[in-house]
Design a protein around this ligand. Structure first.
Ligand SMILES: [Zn+2]
Length: 487
């Protein structure tokens, strides 16, 4: 980056920090003195939440669509907010223009890293199709109680909540029983060269922790009320597989039997109708055990029958058909996503390709799936090719840890008795890499969100209800206080 550009960015960041903090600082300042470290932070957290809304709006205004990401500007913004609180944050440059930011509140001069708690969120977002949004995706528009913008939920909402909780610990001069580390990662959405893998490889000593809270789980609503909180303790593993059909190219006026477009289409149709066998992992079993009493009688009955000898298979089909999420929690899934074939309307091409996005349950192996698919396709003209950058399976986080117990207790209290259920996400998060380094990482986006709002993540008109944001900040503050503040 050249110097002139750097100065522009710094000036921009300074302006954002000032814009964000001037009005709110005045509003919050009188509450700062005299807040005991281990008091219930409810009232304070609410004031914090209002302040955090401003940070979230600013973060939305900093476009970090990935690619290219450009997370450095957002990292500098956060470092600026922390600096004003007297917290020295470190910007970790991973690639040109792409940075993470890390900061630490110490519990002791030489604290045990295996006890430390990491608050993780990512700075980057998926891109937008501006033409399909009803508001500016980077305008942080507030309408009818919602804050609109790319990243409002995924993951700038959590980022702002983590920042609020971290700063409230510092302001309250809480006496910590473990180090608390704030980490904003880059390149989560594509998992490339600026991602958590690189951070762990290059800067592990700065983020080493025994516990982490990250995105990955959700507070699930049903009929406007919290039904349960899914606390992510494990996740599926992603692969891409190319389906390649080959044949003889030629004049489209004389069709041939070996036209690769026809063979590919037949292969994709077979794969689309294929359903891998059910495999209940320990976490998914516990999830469904907890879910059965929360569902209506009919669904509850089928959930309970899923591992029965005589009705099991039928029950598994009913549950799989009832919800794409449940279907994907129960089995490996294969989704055709990209088709490529043809050079001209009047030419039969020599090759046609499809991409399959495969999501394996942790513990399953891709070779088994590939063999199954080969048998299913049974076509010598079609072959399968595993693509690079395969996912890595991580061991699940423990459901017996103190931190899991604290999360469960707090969310159950905060959401009117709706229980916490262990959750295995069908989507990927940075937590898999952390789990591979012995971190007990749990996924929980703490905002109670309706299906209608969850659907907009990665979609158009992403938004967060401000009341849900405030509640999430409060819940996260309680979890972290209970776990990391000495009582
Ligand atoms: Zn995310």
């Amino acid at each position: 980056m050249n110097w002139k550009r750097m100065v522009q960015i710094l000036a921009g960041v300074a302006a954002l920090v000032m814009a964000a903090s001037l009005p709110v600082a005045a509003q919050v300042a009188p509450e700062r003195p005299g807040i005991p470290g281990n008091a219930s932070q409810t009232g304070y957290a609410s004031a914090m939440a209002k302040e955090a809304q401003g940070w979230l709006a600013d973060l939305i205004r900093i476009n970090t669509s990935n690619p290219p990401g450009n997370e450095q500007i957002a990292a500098m913004y956060i470092a600026g907010i922390l600096a004003k609180e007297g917290i020295k944050a470190e910007i970790l440059d991973l690639m040109p223009g792409r940075s993470a930011v890390v900061a630490r509140l110490r519990s002791a001069a030489m604290a045990d890293p295996s006890k430390a708690l990491l608050l993780v969120a990512h700075l980057d977002t998926v891109p937008v199709d501006k033409s399909r949004w009803s508001v500016d995706p980077f305008g942080a528009v507030v309408k009818d109680g919602y804050l609109y913008g790319r990243g409002a939920i995924d993951d700038k909402g959590m980022l702002a909540a983590n920042l609020a909780v971290f700063i409230s610990l510092k302001r309250s001069m809480a006496h910590l029983n473990r180090d608390v580390i704030f980490l904003a990662t880059a390149d989560e959405e594509t998992g490339g060269d600026a991602s958590i893998r690189m951070l762990i490889a290059k800067h592990w000593e700065k983020i080493a922790a025994g516990y982490a809270i990250n995105e990955g789980g959700n507070v699930f609503l049903k009929n406007g009320k919290v039904q349960y909180t899914g606390v992510q303790a494990s996740e599926k593993v992603a692969f891409n597989v190319a389906v390649i059909a080959r044949g003889t190219s030629g004049h489209a006026s004389q069709p041939t039997k070996d036209n690769p477009v026809v063979h590919l289409a037949a292969a994709v149709a077979k794969i689309g109708n294929y359903s891998a066998p059910v495999h209940l992992t320990a976490i998914v079993k516990r999830y469904f055990e907890g879910l059965a009493p929360l569902e209506d009688d009919e669904i509850g009955k089928w959930i309970r029958s899923m591992d029965s000898a005589d009705r099991g298979e039928h029950a598994q089909r009913v549950i799989s058909d009832a919800s794409p999420l449940w279907n994907a929690m129960l089995r490996d899934t294969i989704a055709p996503t990209v088709l490529t074939a043809g050079v001209a309307n009047n030419v039969i091409p020599a090759e046609a390709r499809a991409n399959l996005n495969v999501r394996l349950l942790p513990g399953d192996t891709i070779d088994v799936v590939l063999n199954e698919l080969k048998k299913l396709l049974n076509d010598p003209q079609v072959r399968l090719e595993l693509q690079p950058n395969a996912g890595l399976a991580a061991p699940p986080s423990s459901l017996e840890s103190d931190f899991y117990a604290v999360i469960s207790k707090v969310v159950t209290q905060e959401f009117g008795g709706a229980p916490a259920l262990p959750f295995q996400s069908t989507w990927l998060t940075d937590s898999a890499q952390l789990r591979l380094h012995n971190v007990q990482a749990y996924g929980l986006v703490p905002f109670p969100l309706a299906q209608e709002d969850l659907r907009r993540m990665h979609g158009d008109d992403e938004r967060i209800p401000l009341a849900a944001f405030d509640k999430g900040v409060e819940v996260l503050a309680k979890i972290v206080t209970e776990f990391a503040v000495a009582h």
